[in-house]
Design a binder for this molecule. Structure first.
Ligand code: ZN
Length: 96
């Protein structure tokens, strides 16, 4: 018995698919083959690692004087004209 994997679209033997039992005790096979399933798990683990790195606190940023202005900036005066320009989104979305 063969089954087509939903991700790699390859028709493989049913033994290449993980088997589960539904609430009625009927044997069911997952739509992803074992190779695609392990690949997805690996990608998920990799994504988790990236999130962990981002969540790691930066000691420089966590310092109490991290967002203090430069002392020289206190004497500075900014006389500027504020121009409000609406955000422009190109047609067809942001991905190109
Ligand atoms: Zn597959």
């Amino acid at each position: 018995m063969n089954k087509t994997c939903k991700q790699c679209k390859e028709t493989k033997s049913i033994f290449m698919f993980a088997r589960t039992t539904d609430s009625y005790g009927k044997i069911k096979y997952l739509t992803l083959c074992k190779a695609c399933k392990s690949l997805a798990a690996r990608n998920r683990r990799k994504a988790d690692k990236i999130i962990k790195v981002v969540l790691n606190p930066d000691p420089l940023e966590q310092a109490p004087d991290a967002f203090k202005d430069d002392p020289r900036a206190e004497k500075e005066h900014d006389y500027g004209k504020v121009v409000r320009v609406p955000t422009y989104f190109p047609k067809g979305g942001l991905n190109d």
